[in-house]
Design a binder for this molecule. Sequence first.
Ligand code: SAH
Length: 232
Amino acid sequence: MSTQANRVMALSEWDDRWQEGRTGFHKPQVHELLKNNLDKVVGGRKGIRFFFPLCGKAVDMKWLADMGHTVVGVEFAVKGIKQFFEEQNLTYSEELVPEIPGAKVFKSTDAKISIYQCDLYKFSSAIAGKFGGIWDRGALVAINPCDRQKYASLLISLMESDCKYLLDTLEYNPELYKGPPFLVTEGDVKDLFGVACDIELLQTVDGFEERHRSWGIDSLTEKLYFLTPKTQ
Ligand code: SAH
């Protein structure tokens, strides 16, 4: 385990980031790696139900919905959820989720996008079924390293048998920056998902951006994996 293993970020700290506008992780354009690999994740299917763990206000949700897919996201920060609908010019409703005390679901009026406002670990397939696609960007890399096993079990439990899961990870020197986002290695991906899923490394790209200099690093690699449930 790396030097980051014991770092814990509380949900309230994420809320603070949203309140203070410290959301440098947000991308105003559709993510290139999702765009490049859309055909692979869709695999000829129509009207896929996509899951976005820790969705933030990812514009990718609207992009997929506009193509006829439906999207379910989970995000703790109310501010992020409201900004998503407002910035995408989508009207939405807000309802309590009876199965999860304190949680709400925000739904676009056309019902194509639903975002559950709760701690991810309270979510399960009992709430919104299973999914045919998963876009994991800023999610596995953002959760506390001590929760990875729990996270992987949850994500695996949300996969339909034909699910295609795109997992975006970051690699950089963890001695230099404490995270989040945290380092996730190929070994980590295999350890977490290898028993349940076939794993293919699809793309390795230079993910370094100027904003990363403030983390004290000068290189960062982004890796995209394609996970599918092992056939029994
Ligand atoms: N995937 C988005 C956001 C990445 S940042 C993107 O790529 O832009 C990680 C997000 O996860 C933050 O918005 C944070 O508020 C949310 N988050 C962190 N831990 C969470 C948890 N346990 N449950 C739900 N949301 C969480």
